[in-house]
Design a protein. Structure first.
Length: 366
């Protein structure tokens, strides 16, 4: 038992698979994924966006391959990507074959929608020959016709039945390097579908609330949906789906994992909302620090509290902390211990220096 058992999350031990150099499932870190929104056939623009996504901390990136021009471009794109690429194939089985041959490390398909078993066999053979994983992507908006007729509308049971049907199709071809998702834009439907599926399959699960919306509502829906599942120990990879810059998807995904201590990457800032008691401009300070510390990738905790009401208590639990004091005299804490007083003008430069110094110390220990 840990020191604070109320924080413990017991992850379900799923089968370990590989997507390129990334291991998914088991005890491996929960990976964060995003998807490009460029035209894949525009290799230059797609490469630029993939690099932006990777620099924000994504482990995997998905690209849509709706036509042959896209799969041709994929061959060039994979040469310039530092993270494994997942090719999104829904109905066009030939695009799957081309993507596997051209360097994709995972194929996102729904075997039930491809239909013909001969085509599915060809896809699986291409995946085997190219050391390529598969994601079975069940979606409430594209369920098989017979399943929809049976259940009348998308429901958890319908999504799970589709997933299990597609799992069997792939297993029957002696292929096991795959993960599964059962996505919906409805938070309740997604949560219950994933919970049911987790009870009946050993394969790693990719979590997402699909078509979650624009930045603010989409981030909130995703945080609620993914957060509930992650607290249950369910989930091996995640994507936050936003109608926005995909870099923001990665930022929110990492913040969700960070808030649950499932994966700590970068600086975790604890800050107050500010009020009339603040001794320095908390909101402005936090915004500047977030920008200046965005390059830090190792886990460091930082508390920025504008007054002494909660400041010392929060500082006691973080690596570095600042608590507002009277007459522009603010207290700096290191590992919970009062260290020195800082003027308002010195807060940002001092904290940036200390965080960068600590980050270097952590890197040298690794």
């Amino acid at each position: 038992m840990s020191l604070r058992p109320f924080r413990d999350i017991y992850r379900k031990k799923t089968k370990v698979i590989k997507v390129g150099n990334i291991k998914i499932g088991g005890n491996n870190p929960i990976s964060v994924q995003s998807m490009t929104n460029t035209l894949t056939k525009d290799a230059k623009a797609t490469i630029v966006q993939i690099n932006e996504i990777a620099n924000e901390g994504a482990d995997l990136v998905r690209v849509s391959c709706p036509d042959e021009d896209s799969t041709i471009a994929l061959k060039e794109i994979v040469k310039h990507s530092s993270i494994p690429i997942i090719a999104d194939i829904h109905f066009h089985y030939k695009r799957a074959l081309e993507s596997a041959d051209n360097g994709a490390k995972c194929l996102r398909i729904n075997p039930g929608n491809i239909g013909d078993k001969k085509k599915i066999k060809e896809i699986i053979l291409a995946a085997k020959n190219n050391d390529c994983a598969i994601r079975i992507g069940v979606n409430a908006g594209s369920l098989e016709k017979d399943i929809l007729e049976k259940y009348k509308e998308p429901c958890p049971e319908a999504l799970v039945e589709s997933a299990l049907r597609n799992i069997k199709i792939i297993e029957d071809e002696d292929f096991f390097n795959f993960k599964v998702s059962v996505k919906s834009s409805d938070v309740f439907l997604s949560i219950h579908a994933y919970r049911q599926l987790s009870k009946v399959t050993k394969y790693p699960l990719h979590l997402g609330i699909t078509e979650a919306g624009s930045y603010i509502p989409g981030s909130i829906k995703s945080s609620i949906g993914l957060g509930n599942l992650l607290l249950d120990g369910i989930g091996d990879t995640i994507r936050v789906s936003l109608s926005d810059d995909p870099v923001k998807e990665v930022k929110i995904g990492n913040e969700i994992l960070k808030s649950l201590n499932l994966r700590n990457r970068g600086v975790k800032i604890i800050s107050c909302p500010s009020c009339a008691r603040q001794a320095f401009k908390v909101i402005d300070t936090v915004k500047v620090l977030e920008n200046k510390l965005s390059h830090i990738k190792v886990p460091i905790t930082l508390s920025i509290i504008g007054c002494v009401v909660n400041g010392p208590g929060e500082a006691a639990l973080t690596d570095i902390g600042i608590t507002g004091g009277g007459k522009g005299s603010n207290m700096l804490y290191l590992n919970g211990v009062q260290t020195e007083k800082l003027s308002n003008n010195d807060i940002i430069s001092k904290i940036v220096h200390l965080v960068e110094k600590k980050a270097e110390e952590i890197k040298n220990r690794i």
